[in-house]
Design a protein around this ligand. Structure first.
Ligand SMILES: C[S@@+](CC[C@H](N)C(=O)[O-])C[C@H]1O[C@@H](n2cnc3c(N)ncnc32)[C@H](O)[C@@H]1O
Length: 257
């Protein structure tokens, strides 16, 4: 069994950017294959047409449980709070978070219309009132929300797709209220435990994590150091990372001052 222990915690200012910016911890070299793959796999049409397949493979309990963990840093006893879920897709993580946190009102934000339509259908199937999940279409680089208007920003399988993920982190920080939190779950660059994945005996999970690995080869994977550095440099403090899903995924969390 692989030992996944590269969890880390830091506060703003304590990281030496040069020290953690080494080796493989940069974007993959944009070879012609990678560039072609990115263009084919990452535009909104793929996510529009692939929305049903995506919903099937990510609709499994392990994926859901990890998605719900995006809100685990919310202090108990909150009355109601606003969560902006970036790259919400068909609403998997939004629905998983909302089921565990009835006090959360979610904004499902995405640039693919078809994904949001699916999220709305699934909201209805879950019997949620409209206000619990509001779909908003747009580009996360230009969030249509006022400064300091959101309690928590989350994203699942999202930053790794973006050419300018630091720009999106800056937008997330802008719309968060002071003390608000961010939480992302992204593909991890480190070793993965295929035996663990096989033992889960779930075809949807096997499909989703295998494809995640392929997609992230084209786009980007995060080490703990890279995620930490991005969050700290955006201005977040209390930054933590945690490797999960048999090494396939990594959480990155932080708080706005
Ligand atoms: C891999 S899916 C993530 C799905 C989702 N988080 C879930 O819980 O199932 C990535 C999503 O990010 C969206 N996306 C990509 N670039 C975006 C951008 N710049 N702004 C908003 N959404 C974007 C895509 O349309 C897609 O639905």
């Amino acid at each position: 069994m692989t030992n996944f222990t590269d969890n880390a915690q830091t506060d703003g200012g304590q990281i030496d950017g040069d020290q953690i910016d080494g080796g493989q911890d940069v974007d993959p070299v944009p070879t012609p294959w990678r560039v072609l793959g990115r263009q084919l796999l990452a535009n909104e049409l793929i996510f529009d047409f692939g929305s049903w397949a995506y919903a099937w493979m990510t609709g499994n309990p392990i994926w859901h449980a990890n998605s719900a963990r995006l809100l685990e840093s919310v202090p108990p006893g909150q009355e109601s709070f606003q969560v902006l879920n970036l790259g919400a897709g068909p609403g998997n993580s939004a629905l998983a978070m909302g089921k565990q946190h009835p006090e959360a009102n979610l904004i499902a934000f995405d640039l693919a219309q078809q994904m949001l339509a699916l999220a709305v259908e699934r909201r209805a199937a879950s019997g949620w009132p409209l206000a619990r999940l509001t779909p908003v279409l747009g580009d996360a680089l230009y969030l249509p929300f006022a400064d300091a208007s959101i309690d928590m920003v989350t994203g699942h399988s999202f930053l790794y797709l973006l050419p300018d993920y630091q720009g999106v982190l800056r937008e997330a920080c802008r719309v968060l209220r002071p003390g608000g939190q961010v939480a992302f779950l992204e593909p991890h660059i480190g070793p993965v435990d295929w035996a663990w994945l096989w033992q889960q005996a779930s075809l949807p999970l096997l499909t989703s994590l295998s494809l995640w690995r392929v997609y992230s080869w084209f786009h980007r994977r995060f080490s703990a150091q890279r995620l930490q550095k991005a969050l700290v440099h955006t201005g977040f403090h209390n930054v933590r990372t945690e490797v999960t899903l048999g090494g396939f995924g990594i959480f990155g969390r932080g708080q706005k001052r």
